[in-house]
Design a protein around this ligand. Structure first.
Ligand SMILES: Cc1cc2nc3c(=O)[nH]c(=O)nc-3n(C[C@H](O)[C@H](O)[C@H](O)COP(=O)(O)OP(=O)(O)OC[C@H]3O[C@@H](n4cnc5c(N)ncnc54)[C@H](O)[C@@H]3O)c2cc1C
Length: 414
Protein backbone atom coordinates (compact mmCIF):
# COMPACT_ATOMS: atom_id res chain seq x y z
CA UNK A 1 0.00 0.00 0.00
CA UNK A 2 1.26 3.50 -0.86
CA UNK A 3 2.57 5.72 1.92
CA UNK A 4 0.02 7.84 3.75
CA UNK A 5 1.47 11.14 4.92
CA UNK A 6 0.11 12.78 8.04
CA UNK A 7 0.42 16.13 6.33
CA UNK A 8 0.89 17.23 2.72
CA UNK A 9 2.08 20.82 2.35
CA UNK A 10 1.44 22.46 -1.02
CA UNK A 11 3.98 25.19 -1.77
CA UNK A 12 7.63 25.68 -0.94
CA UNK A 13 7.82 29.40 -0.22
CA UNK A 14 8.83 30.66 3.23
CA UNK A 15 5.43 29.73 4.65
CA UNK A 16 5.42 26.15 3.30
CA UNK A 17 9.06 25.68 4.42
CA UNK A 18 8.21 26.88 7.94
CA UNK A 19 5.10 24.69 8.12
CA UNK A 20 6.87 21.52 6.97
CA UNK A 21 9.70 22.22 9.45
CA UNK A 22 7.32 22.75 12.37
CA UNK A 23 5.18 19.71 11.60
CA UNK A 24 8.17 17.42 11.04
CA UNK A 25 9.84 18.64 14.23
CA UNK A 26 6.70 17.66 16.14
CA UNK A 27 6.73 14.15 14.68
CA UNK A 28 4.27 14.44 11.78
CA UNK A 29 5.15 12.52 8.65
CA UNK A 30 5.25 15.24 6.00
CA UNK A 31 5.44 15.70 2.25
CA UNK A 32 6.04 19.10 0.66
CA UNK A 33 5.06 19.59 -2.99
CA UNK A 34 6.46 22.54 -4.95
CA UNK A 35 5.58 23.20 -8.57
CA UNK A 36 8.81 24.97 -9.50
CA UNK A 37 12.21 23.41 -10.04
CA UNK A 38 13.47 25.24 -6.91
CA UNK A 39 11.97 26.05 -3.55
CA UNK A 40 11.55 29.79 -2.75
CA UNK A 41 10.77 30.85 -6.31
CA UNK A 42 7.66 33.03 -6.07
CA UNK A 43 6.70 35.77 -3.56
CA UNK A 44 9.37 34.56 -1.14
CA UNK A 45 12.15 35.24 -3.63
CA UNK A 46 11.29 38.92 -4.08
CA UNK A 47 11.00 40.33 -0.58
CA UNK A 48 13.14 42.75 1.44
CA UNK A 49 14.54 40.16 3.82
CA UNK A 50 13.34 41.99 6.91
CA UNK A 51 12.28 40.36 10.11
CA UNK A 52 9.78 42.88 11.37
CA UNK A 53 8.97 43.40 15.02
CA UNK A 54 5.33 44.09 14.20
CA UNK A 55 5.66 47.67 15.38
CA UNK A 56 3.13 48.85 12.79
CA UNK A 57 0.83 45.83 12.69
CA UNK A 58 -2.75 46.36 13.80
CA UNK A 59 -3.31 45.36 17.44
CA UNK A 60 -5.20 42.10 18.10
CA UNK A 61 -4.79 40.73 14.60
CA UNK A 62 -3.65 37.26 13.58
CA UNK A 63 -0.82 38.91 11.68
CA UNK A 64 0.53 40.56 14.83
CA UNK A 65 0.11 37.34 16.83
CA UNK A 66 2.13 35.41 14.24
CA UNK A 67 4.86 38.06 14.09
CA UNK A 68 5.10 38.19 17.88
CA UNK A 69 5.44 34.42 18.01
CA UNK A 70 8.06 34.36 15.25
CA UNK A 71 10.27 37.22 16.38
CA UNK A 72 11.96 35.65 19.44
CA UNK A 73 11.84 32.10 18.08
CA UNK A 74 13.48 33.04 14.78
CA UNK A 75 16.64 34.23 16.53
CA UNK A 76 16.98 30.77 18.11
CA UNK A 77 16.62 29.20 14.68
CA UNK A 78 19.10 31.60 13.02
CA UNK A 79 21.63 31.01 15.80
CA UNK A 80 21.01 27.27 15.83
CA UNK A 81 21.54 26.88 12.08
CA UNK A 82 24.37 29.46 12.04
CA UNK A 83 22.63 31.84 9.60
CA UNK A 84 23.51 35.52 9.18
CA UNK A 85 21.34 38.30 10.60
CA UNK A 86 21.79 41.88 11.66
CA UNK A 87 19.56 43.55 14.24
CA UNK A 88 20.08 47.02 12.82
CA UNK A 89 16.82 48.63 13.92
CA UNK A 90 14.84 51.09 11.82
CA UNK A 91 14.50 54.85 11.77
CA UNK A 92 11.25 56.33 10.53
CA UNK A 93 11.91 59.79 9.16
CA UNK A 94 9.39 62.58 8.56
CA UNK A 95 10.56 64.89 5.80
CA UNK A 96 7.69 67.41 6.11
CA UNK A 97 5.95 69.08 9.04
CA UNK A 98 2.74 67.33 8.08
CA UNK A 99 4.45 63.95 8.30
CA UNK A 100 6.08 64.87 11.61
CA UNK A 101 2.62 65.36 13.13
CA UNK A 102 1.78 61.70 12.46
CA UNK A 103 4.78 60.34 14.36
CA UNK A 104 3.20 60.41 17.86
CA UNK A 105 0.24 58.38 16.55
CA UNK A 106 2.60 55.80 15.08
CA UNK A 107 4.57 55.70 18.34
CA UNK A 108 1.31 55.11 20.21
CA UNK A 109 0.29 52.25 17.88
CA UNK A 110 3.72 50.80 18.30
CA UNK A 111 3.36 50.81 22.09
CA UNK A 112 -0.10 49.24 21.78
CA UNK A 113 1.47 46.40 19.78
CA UNK A 114 3.94 45.93 22.69
CA UNK A 115 6.62 44.44 20.49
CA UNK A 116 9.20 47.09 20.13
CA UNK A 117 10.05 50.06 22.27
CA UNK A 118 9.72 52.74 19.61
CA UNK A 119 10.81 56.15 20.75
CA UNK A 120 10.48 59.56 19.19
CA UNK A 121 13.98 60.97 18.87
CA UNK A 122 15.20 64.53 18.48
CA UNK A 123 16.75 65.73 15.25
CA UNK A 124 20.16 65.92 16.91
CA UNK A 125 19.85 62.29 17.98
CA UNK A 126 18.66 61.36 14.50
CA UNK A 127 21.74 62.91 12.90
CA UNK A 128 24.09 61.42 15.43
CA UNK A 129 22.63 57.98 14.64
CA UNK A 130 22.36 58.61 10.89
CA UNK A 131 24.90 61.25 9.83
CA UNK A 132 24.50 60.25 6.17
CA UNK A 133 20.88 61.48 5.96
CA UNK A 134 19.95 64.70 4.20
CA UNK A 135 19.79 67.48 6.79
CA UNK A 136 16.14 68.37 6.23
CA UNK A 137 14.29 65.90 8.44
CA UNK A 138 11.41 67.23 10.53
CA UNK A 139 10.99 64.39 12.98
CA UNK A 140 11.99 60.78 13.59
CA UNK A 141 11.04 57.59 15.38
CA UNK A 142 13.58 54.97 16.44
CA UNK A 143 12.36 51.37 16.16
CA UNK A 144 14.79 48.96 17.80
CA UNK A 145 14.83 45.29 16.92
CA UNK A 146 14.02 45.43 13.21
CA UNK A 147 16.37 42.86 11.71
CA UNK A 148 17.70 41.94 8.29
CA UNK A 149 18.24 38.28 7.41
CA UNK A 150 19.17 36.29 4.33
CA UNK A 151 15.60 35.53 3.20
CA UNK A 152 16.61 32.67 0.91
CA UNK A 153 18.86 30.94 3.40
CA UNK A 154 16.28 31.28 6.16
CA UNK A 155 13.58 29.53 4.13
CA UNK A 156 15.87 26.89 2.60
CA UNK A 157 17.38 26.01 5.98
CA UNK A 158 13.95 25.27 7.41
CA UNK A 159 13.16 22.96 4.48
CA UNK A 160 16.64 21.41 4.64
CA UNK A 161 16.32 20.69 8.37
CA UNK A 162 12.83 19.26 7.85
CA UNK A 163 14.28 16.91 5.23
CA UNK A 164 17.06 15.85 7.59
CA UNK A 165 14.37 15.09 10.17
CA UNK A 166 12.47 12.87 7.74
CA UNK A 167 10.22 15.08 5.60
CA UNK A 168 9.93 14.29 1.90
CA UNK A 169 10.32 17.31 -0.37
CA UNK A 170 9.42 17.13 -4.04
CA UNK A 171 10.04 19.92 -6.54
CA UNK A 172 8.65 20.04 -10.10
CA UNK A 173 5.51 18.64 -8.45
CA UNK A 174 2.52 20.61 -9.72
CA UNK A 175 -0.61 19.91 -7.69
CA UNK A 176 -3.31 19.48 -10.34
CA UNK A 177 -6.29 17.95 -8.64
CA UNK A 178 -7.66 16.91 -5.27
CA UNK A 179 -9.99 14.06 -4.41
CA UNK A 180 -11.83 14.33 -1.10
CA UNK A 181 -14.02 11.25 -1.49
CA UNK A 182 -12.32 9.51 1.43
CA UNK A 183 -12.14 12.52 3.74
CA UNK A 184 -14.42 10.86 6.24
CA UNK A 185 -11.64 8.33 6.81
CA UNK A 186 -9.09 11.17 7.03
CA UNK A 187 -7.68 10.37 3.61
CA UNK A 188 -7.22 12.97 0.89
CA UNK A 189 -5.71 12.29 -2.54
CA UNK A 190 -3.46 14.84 -4.16
CA UNK A 191 -2.88 14.41 -7.89
CA UNK A 192 0.35 15.97 -9.15
CA UNK A 193 2.54 16.05 -12.23
CA UNK A 194 4.67 13.41 -10.42
CA UNK A 195 1.77 11.11 -9.55
CA UNK A 196 -0.71 10.72 -6.72
CA UNK A 197 -0.04 11.14 -3.00
CA UNK A 198 -2.27 10.42 -0.04
CA UNK A 199 -2.39 12.45 3.14
CA UNK A 200 -4.57 12.94 6.19
CA UNK A 201 -4.50 16.72 6.05
CA UNK A 202 -3.45 19.03 3.21
CA UNK A 203 -2.08 22.47 4.02
CA UNK A 204 -2.37 24.94 1.21
CA UNK A 205 0.67 27.23 1.39
CA UNK A 206 0.27 28.19 -2.27
CA UNK A 207 1.12 31.87 -1.68
CA UNK A 208 0.65 33.76 -4.92
CA UNK A 209 -1.48 30.88 -6.20
CA UNK A 210 -3.24 30.11 -2.92
CA UNK A 211 -6.72 30.88 -4.26
CA UNK A 212 -6.17 28.62 -7.27
CA UNK A 213 -4.98 25.77 -5.04
CA UNK A 214 -8.03 26.26 -2.79
CA UNK A 215 -10.30 25.93 -5.83
CA UNK A 216 -8.87 22.46 -6.50
CA UNK A 217 -10.45 21.46 -3.18
CA UNK A 218 -13.72 23.19 -4.05
CA UNK A 219 -13.07 26.15 -1.75
CA UNK A 220 -13.28 29.78 -2.75
CA UNK A 221 -13.03 32.26 0.10
CA UNK A 222 -10.55 34.80 -1.18
CA UNK A 223 -8.89 36.00 -4.34
CA UNK A 224 -5.28 37.00 -4.75
CA UNK A 225 -4.75 40.41 -6.32
CA UNK A 226 -1.00 40.56 -6.89
CA UNK A 227 0.93 43.68 -5.88
CA UNK A 228 4.29 44.28 -7.47
CA UNK A 229 7.33 45.68 -5.69
CA UNK A 230 10.46 46.98 -7.42
CA UNK A 231 13.92 47.60 -5.97
CA UNK A 232 17.22 49.26 -6.90
CA UNK A 233 20.38 47.69 -5.41
CA UNK A 234 23.55 49.63 -4.62
CA UNK A 235 26.95 48.05 -4.07
CA UNK A 236 28.24 47.16 -0.61
CA UNK A 237 30.85 49.93 -0.74
CA UNK A 238 28.12 52.55 -0.01
CA UNK A 239 26.75 50.56 2.91
CA UNK A 240 28.41 52.89 5.43
CA UNK A 241 26.04 55.74 4.51
CA UNK A 242 23.22 54.27 6.62
CA UNK A 243 23.23 52.48 9.96
CA UNK A 244 19.60 51.33 10.16
CA UNK A 245 16.68 50.81 7.78
CA UNK A 246 15.33 54.24 6.83
CA UNK A 247 11.55 54.11 6.69
CA UNK A 248 9.18 56.73 5.34
CA UNK A 249 5.95 57.61 7.12
CA UNK A 250 3.64 54.70 6.18
CA UNK A 251 0.55 55.14 4.04
CA UNK A 252 -2.61 53.09 3.59
CA UNK A 253 -0.61 50.99 1.10
CA UNK A 254 1.88 49.86 3.70
CA UNK A 255 5.36 50.60 4.91
CA UNK A 256 6.35 52.58 1.81
CA UNK A 257 9.69 52.66 0.05
CA UNK A 258 12.55 51.92 2.42
CA UNK A 259 16.28 52.58 2.17
CA UNK A 260 17.87 49.60 3.85
CA UNK A 261 21.08 47.71 4.14
CA UNK A 262 20.84 43.98 3.46
CA UNK A 263 22.49 41.43 5.71
CA UNK A 264 25.35 41.42 3.15
CA UNK A 265 25.76 45.21 3.23
CA UNK A 266 24.15 46.23 -0.08
CA UNK A 267 22.02 49.35 0.15
CA UNK A 268 18.60 48.75 -1.41
CA UNK A 269 15.81 51.22 -2.19
CA UNK A 270 12.25 49.85 -2.45
CA UNK A 271 9.87 48.15 -2.66
CA UNK A 272 7.21 50.01 -4.63
CA UNK A 273 3.59 48.96 -4.17
CA UNK A 274 1.89 48.58 -7.55
CA UNK A 275 -1.04 46.64 -8.94
CA UNK A 276 0.18 43.79 -11.07
CA UNK A 277 -1.71 42.24 -13.98
CA UNK A 278 0.18 39.00 -13.57
CA UNK A 279 1.33 36.73 -10.73
CA UNK A 280 4.54 35.98 -12.60
CA UNK A 281 7.53 38.02 -11.57
CA UNK A 282 7.66 41.09 -13.85
CA UNK A 283 10.70 42.92 -15.18
CA UNK A 284 11.56 46.16 -13.44
CA UNK A 285 10.83 49.30 -15.44
CA UNK A 286 13.48 51.93 -16.03
CA UNK A 287 11.25 54.87 -15.13
CA UNK A 288 10.38 53.47 -11.68
CA UNK A 289 13.99 52.53 -11.00
CA UNK A 290 15.10 56.08 -11.87
CA UNK A 291 12.53 57.37 -9.38
CA UNK A 292 13.83 55.00 -6.67
CA UNK A 293 17.39 56.15 -7.36
CA UNK A 294 16.29 59.80 -7.04
CA UNK A 295 14.55 58.93 -3.77
CA UNK A 296 17.67 57.23 -2.43
CA UNK A 297 19.90 60.12 -3.40
CA UNK A 298 17.56 62.74 -2.02
CA UNK A 299 17.43 61.07 1.42
CA UNK A 300 21.04 59.83 1.50
CA UNK A 301 23.24 62.27 -0.46
CA UNK A 302 26.22 59.89 -0.29
CA UNK A 303 24.46 57.66 -2.83
CA UNK A 304 24.70 60.41 -5.46
CA UNK A 305 26.78 59.38 -8.45
CA UNK A 306 27.07 55.78 -7.28
CA UNK A 307 25.63 53.53 -10.01
CA UNK A 308 23.23 50.83 -8.89
CA UNK A 309 24.48 47.29 -9.46
CA UNK A 310 21.12 45.69 -10.07
CA UNK A 311 17.37 45.81 -9.80
CA UNK A 312 14.80 43.22 -8.80
CA UNK A 313 11.09 42.76 -8.39
CA UNK A 314 8.76 40.75 -6.21
CA UNK A 315 5.02 40.07 -6.19
CA UNK A 316 2.97 40.09 -2.98
CA UNK A 317 0.13 37.58 -2.56
CA UNK A 318 -2.33 40.24 -1.41
CA UNK A 319 -6.08 39.77 -1.04
CA UNK A 320 -8.86 42.32 -0.91
CA UNK A 321 -10.09 41.00 2.41
CA UNK A 322 -7.48 40.54 5.11
CA UNK A 323 -3.75 40.09 5.51
CA UNK A 324 -3.69 36.55 6.89
CA UNK A 325 -6.24 33.88 5.89
CA UNK A 326 -5.58 30.85 8.07
CA UNK A 327 -8.72 28.75 7.82
CA UNK A 328 -9.32 25.18 8.82
CA UNK A 329 -11.80 22.80 7.11
CA UNK A 330 -11.70 19.48 9.01
CA UNK A 331 -14.56 18.07 6.90
CA UNK A 332 -12.38 18.60 3.83
CA UNK A 333 -9.09 17.46 5.45
CA UNK A 334 -7.80 20.90 4.47
CA UNK A 335 -6.16 23.97 5.97
CA UNK A 336 -5.72 27.14 3.94
CA UNK A 337 -2.86 29.48 4.66
CA UNK A 338 -3.36 32.26 2.18
CA UNK A 339 -3.07 35.94 1.45
CA UNK A 340 0.14 36.26 3.45
CA UNK A 341 0.81 39.59 1.85
CA UNK A 342 3.68 41.52 3.28
CA UNK A 343 5.01 39.87 6.42
CA UNK A 344 5.24 36.19 5.52
CA UNK A 345 8.88 35.96 6.52
CA UNK A 346 8.31 37.82 9.79
CA UNK A 347 5.24 35.75 10.63
CA UNK A 348 6.40 32.38 9.27
CA UNK A 349 7.11 30.50 12.50
CA UNK A 350 3.95 31.87 14.13
CA UNK A 351 1.90 30.76 11.13
CA UNK A 352 3.49 27.31 11.34
CA UNK A 353 2.71 27.07 15.07
CA UNK A 354 -0.91 28.07 14.43
CA UNK A 355 -1.21 25.44 11.69
CA UNK A 356 0.18 22.72 13.96
CA UNK A 357 -2.38 23.58 16.62
CA UNK A 358 -5.18 23.44 14.06
CA UNK A 359 -4.03 20.02 12.88
CA UNK A 360 -3.89 18.73 16.45
CA UNK A 361 -7.05 20.29 17.86
CA UNK A 362 -9.43 20.81 14.93
CA UNK A 363 -8.37 17.87 12.77
CA UNK A 364 -7.71 15.72 15.85
CA UNK A 365 -4.55 14.38 14.23
CA UNK A 366 -1.73 13.27 16.50
CA UNK A 367 1.81 12.95 15.11
CA UNK A 368 2.59 9.43 13.92
CA UNK A 369 6.24 9.65 14.99
CA UNK A 370 8.45 11.01 17.77
CA UNK A 371 9.39 14.66 18.16
CA UNK A 372 12.65 15.62 16.43
CA UNK A 373 13.59 18.95 17.90
CA UNK A 374 17.14 20.22 18.16
CA UNK A 375 18.98 22.52 15.81
CA UNK A 376 22.35 21.77 14.28
CA UNK A 377 24.73 24.28 12.69
CA UNK A 378 24.60 23.94 8.93
CA UNK A 379 27.68 23.66 6.79
CA UNK A 380 26.93 26.28 4.11
CA UNK A 381 29.20 26.93 1.15
CA UNK A 382 28.22 29.23 -1.68
CA UNK A 383 29.21 27.84 -5.06
CA UNK A 384 29.45 30.27 -8.00
CA UNK A 385 27.61 31.27 -10.05
CA UNK A 386 24.34 30.71 -8.18
CA UNK A 387 24.35 27.69 -5.90
CA UNK A 388 24.80 26.88 -2.25
CA UNK A 389 25.87 23.55 -0.82
CA UNK A 390 24.29 22.87 2.54
CA UNK A 391 25.58 19.71 4.24
CA UNK A 392 26.39 18.30 0.79
CA UNK A 393 23.02 19.08 -0.80
CA UNK A 394 23.25 21.52 -3.71
CA UNK A 395 20.53 24.19 -3.95
CA UNK A 396 19.99 26.94 -6.51
CA UNK A 397 19.94 30.37 -4.89
CA UNK A 398 16.81 32.19 -6.02
CA UNK A 399 16.79 35.44 -4.04
CA UNK A 400 18.50 38.58 -5.42
CA UNK A 401 19.51 39.69 -1.90
CA UNK A 402 21.62 36.56 -1.56
CA UNK A 403 22.81 36.56 -5.16
CA UNK A 404 23.93 40.18 -5.08
CA UNK A 405 25.23 39.95 -1.56
CA UNK A 406 27.32 36.83 -1.93
CA UNK A 407 28.59 37.41 -5.46
CA UNK A 408 28.69 41.24 -5.29
CA UNK A 409 27.15 42.38 -8.55
CA UNK A 410 25.48 40.05 -10.97
CA UNK A 411 22.35 39.64 -12.98
CA UNK A 412 19.72 38.51 -10.51
CA UNK A 413 17.26 37.27 -13.12
CA UNK A 414 17.48 33.52 -13.13
C1 LIG B 1 8.16 43.25 -2.62
C2 LIG B 1 7.96 42.43 -1.38
C3 LIG B 1 8.57 42.78 -0.17
C4 LIG B 1 8.36 42.04 0.97
N1 LIG B 1 9.10 42.29 2.09
C5 LIG B 1 8.94 41.50 3.19
C6 LIG B 1 9.77 41.65 4.31
O1 LIG B 1 10.72 42.42 4.33
N2 LIG B 1 9.51 40.90 5.42
C7 LIG B 1 8.49 39.99 5.44
O2 LIG B 1 8.26 39.38 6.47
N3 LIG B 1 7.73 39.77 4.34
C8 LIG B 1 7.95 40.49 3.23
N4 LIG B 1 7.22 40.26 2.10
C9 LIG B 1 6.15 39.27 2.15
C10 LIG B 1 6.63 37.86 2.01
O3 LIG B 1 7.63 37.74 1.02
C11 LIG B 1 5.42 37.00 1.67
O4 LIG B 1 4.45 37.19 2.68
C12 LIG B 1 5.81 35.55 1.60
O5 LIG B 1 6.81 35.37 0.62
C13 LIG B 1 4.64 34.66 1.26
O6 LIG B 1 5.16 33.37 1.28
P1 LIG B 1 4.32 32.14 0.80
O7 LIG B 1 5.13 30.94 1.07
O8 LIG B 1 2.93 32.23 1.34
O9 LIG B 1 4.15 32.37 -0.78
P2 LIG B 1 5.09 32.04 -2.02
O10 LIG B 1 6.46 32.44 -1.81
O11 LIG B 1 4.38 32.56 -3.23
O12 LIG B 1 5.11 30.45 -2.07
C14 LIG B 1 4.02 29.67 -2.52
C15 LIG B 1 4.59 28.47 -3.22
O13 LIG B 1 3.51 27.61 -3.60
C16 LIG B 1 3.85 27.04 -4.84
N5 LIG B 1 2.64 26.57 -5.52
C17 LIG B 1 1.59 27.32 -5.93
N6 LIG B 1 0.68 26.55 -6.55
C18 LIG B 1 1.17 25.29 -6.55
C19 LIG B 1 0.70 24.04 -7.06
N7 LIG B 1 -0.45 23.95 -7.74
N8 LIG B 1 1.46 22.95 -6.87
C20 LIG B 1 2.63 23.01 -6.19
N9 LIG B 1 3.14 24.17 -5.70
C21 LIG B 1 2.42 25.29 -5.87
C22 LIG B 1 4.50 28.19 -5.59
O14 LIG B 1 5.26 27.76 -6.68
C23 LIG B 1 5.32 28.85 -4.50
O15 LIG B 1 6.64 28.38 -4.44
C24 LIG B 1 7.45 40.96 0.93
C25 LIG B 1 6.85 40.58 -0.28
C26 LIG B 1 7.16 41.28 -1.44
C27 LIG B 1 6.64 40.78 -2.74
Amino acid sequence: MADVFDVIVVGGGIVGCAVVWEMTSYGYKCLLLEKNENLVSEASSGNSGMLHTGFDAVADTLELQCIQHTFPKMFGVLEGFGLPYNKIGATMVAWTQEQAQIIPTIAQRCRAARVSFCTEISLSELYSREPGLRKQAQGALWIPGETVVDPWLTAISLAHDAKKKGAMIKTNAVVQNISRTECERQRIQVMTSLGQFTGRVVINCGGLYGDIVDKLAGLQHFRISPKKGQYAIYPQKVGHHINSSILPIPTSKGKGEIIFKTVYGNVVVGPTFEDSASRARPESDACTIRRLVRLGESCVPGLEGCPIVNTYTGVRPATETKDYHIDSYPESCWITVGGIRSTGLSGSLGIADKVRRLVLHQHALEPSGPRRTGLEKMDIKFVPPCHARIDDVLYTVTHPITLNGVWKSRDSRL
